[in-house]
Design a protein around this ligand. Structure first.
Ligand code: 13P
Ligand code: SF4
Length: 301
């Protein structure tokens, strides 16, 4: 049986030796999130942080599209992902060819692409967004209609909030699409007075049952502000595990779903990655300028 303490000690030592920084998404398990990560956050926070780092090596404790985004913003640095198979059903749900077909069918309509996408798809896009800035970005375009890909539910949720017409694509997050409104109503009956917070990757009928909807970082901010007694986070399981450490006075009801991709990243895997410097992420040269532009436009907006 492995001892977490051995791996934690080794990772902390290797970080110094390799001049490395660990960026961890909010869905990473607590021993990664609380014990070895240097920067923690939602997709937006990780992308922003990736712009400002002094270390020469970035270890991305998260899924592949996050590592690719970090590499786009830091072409001269080594960006390591501990498991190259840590994918995402949204990123895998659309191709660059699909985006070109959508643009041909809707000429002149801007393409807003969720960061949960490949660099090839980003390269076909006007601007990226995350769940934390989607509403503000879409509104800032000042147009009545946008192509918002690949997450159909995020697009429909933003459409409901803004009234801006969305051309959508039928890709979903395999974690959030599984929640149902019946399940939320049942939890409300069992846990009277519970505050329900749903991620905008959930189906619109699930978001309609929630008290608040926001990115994983916005969930954290909302709890910090409202300090509810009891919370139901309609999202990936590690979110409640990590926040329950930060908010000991709040109790967390857990009808969560696991993301099998996020869970491919382990403490032992991070250690191995720093020992072997595997696996560096690369973005094909010809995609870099256009994909980087879509991400940088988002960060500048
Ligand atoms: P955020 O952390 O940006 O809310 O994204 C959630 C998610 O599913 C990332 O894969
Ligand atoms: Fe992709 Fe959903 Fe997993 Fe996030 S939680 S990486 S959106 S499959």
């Amino acid at each position: 049986e492995r001892l977490y303490a051995d791996d934690i000690e080794a990772v902390l030592r290797l970080k110094k030796q390799r001049d490395a920084v660990i960026l961890a998404h909010n869905y990473q398990t607590p021993e990664i999130f609380h014990c070895v990560a240097d920067i923690r956050g939602d997709s937006l926070a990780l992308a922003r942080a990736a712009q400002t780092l002094s270390q020469s090596v970035i270890v991305l404790a998260g899924v592949h599209f996050m590592a690719e985004t970090a590499k786009l913003l830091n072409p001269e640095k080594t960006v390591l992902i501990p498991d190259t198979h840590a994918g995402c059903s949204l990123a895998e749900g659309i191709t660059a060819g699909d985006v070109r077909a959508l643009k041909a069918a809707h000429p002149g309509v801007p393409v807003v692409t969720y960061v949960n996408s490949t660099a090839a798809v980003k390269a076909e896009s006007d601007i990226c967004c995350t769940s934390g800035n989607a509403r503000r970005l879409v509104e800032s375009l000042g147009v009545p209609k946008v192509i918002m890909i690949p997450d159909e539910f995020l697009a429909r949720n933003i459409e409901a909030e803004t009234g801006i017409e969305m051309v959508t694509w039928p890709a979903h997050c395999e974690v959030h699409e599984r929640f149902t409104p019946q399940e939320i109503r049942q939890y409300r009956r069992i846990h009277k007075g519970v505050t329900v917070i749903a991620h905008p990757e959930c189906p619109p009928e699930v978001v309609a049952e929630a008290d608040y909807s926001g990115s994983t970082a916005q969930m954290q901010d909302y709890i910090a502000m409202k300090q509810p007694e009891k919370v139901l986070l309609v999202t990936e399981c590690s979110m409640s595990d990590n926040l329950s450490v930060l908010f000991p006075a709040t109790s967390f009801v857990r009808p969560c779903n696991l993301c099998p991709h996020m869970k491919r990243i382990t403490l032992a895997g991070i250690r191995r990655s720093l020992e072997t410097m595997e696996t560096p992420v690369s973005v094909p040269e010809h995609l870099q300028p256009r994909a980087r532009q879509a991400v940088e436009r988002m960060l500048a907006a």
